[in-house]
Design a protein. Structure first.
Length: 256
């Protein structure tokens, strides 16, 4: 029998780092899933001229647009896929008929990331194109080259009562805390692919904090509060599974 003990922090951290001198964060993604007020094929055209943070960047039409529209509209696996992506520096804005996502492939820290989120979301809220929001997700993908992450975190996997160790191990679970879902994907033999380029091989800790919601009508201040709450939850859970000596090796910096 294979048993994985949940990745909870044994003792809660008294103080969370503000940043890491050696940050493992490979990508941060904020995603919204929504029901548009108008036909989905006009969502991109409505948003594009209103997002100066991105509309002067590179426009990418994504491969899903090569599929027949009947398949895109009826396949539930494709419903929340982006059709276009705008690249500007280290930031990406992905847009589909029922979703938008803001991501950073070189995480600048929460303050800078959230400032870009605000500048992007404010004009989108003003457009009033969303009838309802069904999901908000804050995802962080962390990569650890040449590291077996299972040796560094508070997660014990046992098989027939004995500790299980393997150079090829993947752990996935979802934990629900209140109305927040926490999806963990942890692997020690992974290839991290960001922006179409292979970045590293080693371990990953992929943590997606999400809230299933029914914002109708849309209340921007409540949405902003939920984004901040998801960020805080993901941050607490990420640092909470780190063994103290491993966290120290990442050079945490704390507020004075």
């Amino acid at each position: 029998m294979l048993v994985a003990h949940r990745p909870y922090c044994v003792l809660p951290l008294l103080e969370l780092p503000n940043e890491l001198g050696k940050s493992p964060l490979a990508e941060a993604i904020l995603e919204f899933r929504f029901k548009p007020k108008f036909p989905g094929d006009v969502v991109f055209g409505s948003i594009f001229p209103k997002v100066p943070e991105f509309n002067t960047g590179k426009l990418n039409q994504l491969p899903i647009l090569n599929l027949p529209i009947q398949i895109r509209d009826t396949d539930p696996q494709l419903r929340f896929q982006a059709h276009y992506r705008l690249d500007k520096g280290d930031f990406r804005l992905s847009i589909g008929p029922n979703m938008i996502a803001i991501s950073a492939i070189k995480y600048p820290g929460w303050s800078s990331f959230y400032a870009t989120v605000e500048k992007t979301l404010n004009p989108i809220f003003e457009l009033d194109i969303m009838e309802s929001i069904s999901r908000i997700g804050m995802r962080y993908v962390n990569s650890f080259p040449n590291t077996d992450i299972f040796e560094k975190i508070n997660l014990a996997i046992t098989m027939n009562g004995e500790p299980h160790r393997s150079p090829i191990t993947t752990f996935r679970t979802k934990i629900t805390e209140g109305n927040i879902g926490l999806n963990y994907q942890i692997a020690n033999n992974a290839k991290i692919v960001i922006g179409g380029n292979q970045q590293s091989q080693g371990s990953i800790v992929d943590l997606d904090a999400s809230i299933e919601t029914q914002h109708q009508p849309i209340k921007p201040d409540e949405v902003r509060d939920e984004i901040k709450m998801l960020h805080k939850m993901a941050k607490e859970r990420f640092f909470g599974i780190m063994k103290p000596e491993f966290l120290k090796s990442l050079e945490p910096k704390y507020s004075n």
